[in-house]
Structure formats: structure tokens, C-alpha cells
Design a protein around this ligand. Structure first.
Ligand SMILES: Nc1nc2c(ncn2[C@@H]2O[C@H](COP(=O)(O)OP(=O)(O)O)[C@@H](O)[C@H]2O)c(=O)[nH]1
Ligand SMILES: [Mg+2]
Length: 201
């Protein structure tokens, strides 16, 4: 039987997995802590890369894990490390993920280059799965990239993802992003199901 191709993986209340990628300090760990209904599993360690040190002395080195229920579906949330040299974790964690949140710190010196990096880095995944670009630190001063610029930039590069502004410290804002992604996942017929069933990419 090959109807696994057409089957929605979350047609009942099956659990879903969502992965959060994005630059160091954008708020991935904070967002997971803000909404998780279970104690988060975190892996903070001393940061070494310069971008990481911009906001804090420690950063995620393996992954963060938390979970939340949306419409009675359990959503597993996996946050990945932002330091470039740990990016391979994102490839491991994205296996079987139904959607991705790309979290970008608007206070980064060149946030659009960061967007570009993550869109390219996860391009294959993003072609097949729903995603949301979540822009954080919008409240911080000295940030002069606005949402319209992100929109223009992302469309120009051919990615159809929604863009939302979020403060990762605010539970209801984070929940809004996760809910939106959840609804995108539910809406979209899953082309990647067959490959997931085979344990590929
Ligand atoms: N001002 C402000 N601070 C934020 C926002 N989002 C996250 N933070 C803070 O940014 C810092 C880095 O967040 P963290 O979750 O460790 O980033 P990660 O490297 O992506 O996991 C923390 O001190 C958060 O409280 C935001 O939208 N505005
Ligand atoms: Mg982190």
C-alpha cells in the first residue's frame, strides 16, 4: 500500500514536531521556555563565537526541548544551537519535523544576511515544509530593519513563508507563532511524508 504518500501525518491528534532555528540570541531557548508545558530540557554552555557573545555568555550547544498542546495536539518543540559550528544539529533535529520557525534577532548588525543564511542553509527543508520567519528584539533600540524589508527580501528570494514579529519572552506572542505554523501544517498536504516514512530527509 502506498497511500502513506497521501496521508496527512497529523490527521488525527498525532503529535507534531516543530524545529526552531535562527541566530544566536534571537530567543529560541527563551521562546521554548515561555510556552512549554513541561520543564524544558536545555543545553546551555559557554559561548565562543563572537555573534553568540553579543547577547550573552552562554548559549545552546545541543538542543532545547519543550512541548505545548494546540487543539489537543501535542507539539514537540526543538530549539537548535545558533552558533554556526553546531549547525549540524539542525539537520539531525529537522528529520521528521512538520514545520520550522526561523527566528531572527532584529538587533543583529545585518539581520537580512542572517535571514539569507538560514533560508539557504535550510533551503531543501523549506521547499517541502511550512515555515514562519519570526523576528525578535523588535523592541530593542538601534534596530532599523522593519518588517516590510524582511517581506521584500524573503519574497525576492522565492520563499513563501509568513513573517511575524515576536518577543520570545512573551508567552502569548510565542504561542501565536506556533499556532500559525500549526495551522499551516494542518492545511498543507504533506509531500514529504513518503520520504519521512523511508527515513530520508
Ligand atoms: N528585548 C528583547 N529581548 C528578547 C527578545 N527575545 C528574546 N530576548 C532575550 O534575548 C536573550 C537571548 O535569548 P535566547 O533564548 O538565549 O536566544 P537563543 O540563542 O536563540 O536561544 C534572552 O536574554 C532573552 O530574554 C525580544 O523580542 N526582545
Ligand atoms: Mg539557545
Amino acid at each position: 500500500m502506498n497511500n502513506v504518500n497521501n496521508e496527512h501525518p497529523s490527521s488525527s491528534n498525532d503529535a507534531l514536531k516543530i524545529i526552531i532555528v535562527g541566530n544566536v540570541g534571537s530567543g529560541k531557548s527563551t521562546a521554548i521556555s515561555a510556552i512549554s508545558e513541561v520543564p524544558v530540557i536545555a543545553s546551555e554552555a559557554k559561548a565562543t563565537e563572537q555573534d553568540a557573545l553579543h547577547r550573552k555568555a552562554t548559549t545552546t550547544v545541543a538542543l532545547d526541548y519543550g512541548s505545548v498542546h494546540i487543539d489537543e495536539t501535542k507539539v514537540h518543540l526543538y530549539g537548535t544551537p545558533g552558533q554556526r559550528r553546531f549547525e549540524f544539529m539542525a539537520d539531525i533535529v529537522s528529520k521528521g519535523a512538520a514545520g520550522m520557525i526561523v527566528m531572527i534577532d532584529n538587533g543583529h548588525a545585518q539581520p537580512l544576511s542572517e535571514v539569507d543564511y538560514f533560508l539557504q542553509r535550510h533551503g531543501d527543508y523549506l521547499k517541502k515544509h511550512p515555515a514562519i520567519i519570526a523576528i525578535t528584539h523588535y523592541d530593542d533600540n538601534a534596530t532599523d530593519t522593519n518588517l516590510i524589508e524582511y517581506h521584500g527580501y524573503i519574497r525576492k528570494h522565492g520563499f513563501p513563508c509568513a513573517i511575524m514579529r515576536v518577543d520570545a519572552r512573551e508567552k502569548h506572542q510565542v504561542k501565536r507563532v506556533v499556532e500559525k505554523l500549526y495551522h499551516e501544517i494542518k492545511k498543507r498536504p504533506r509531500v514529504a511524508t513518503a520520504s519521512l516514512a523511508r527515513g530520508v530527509g
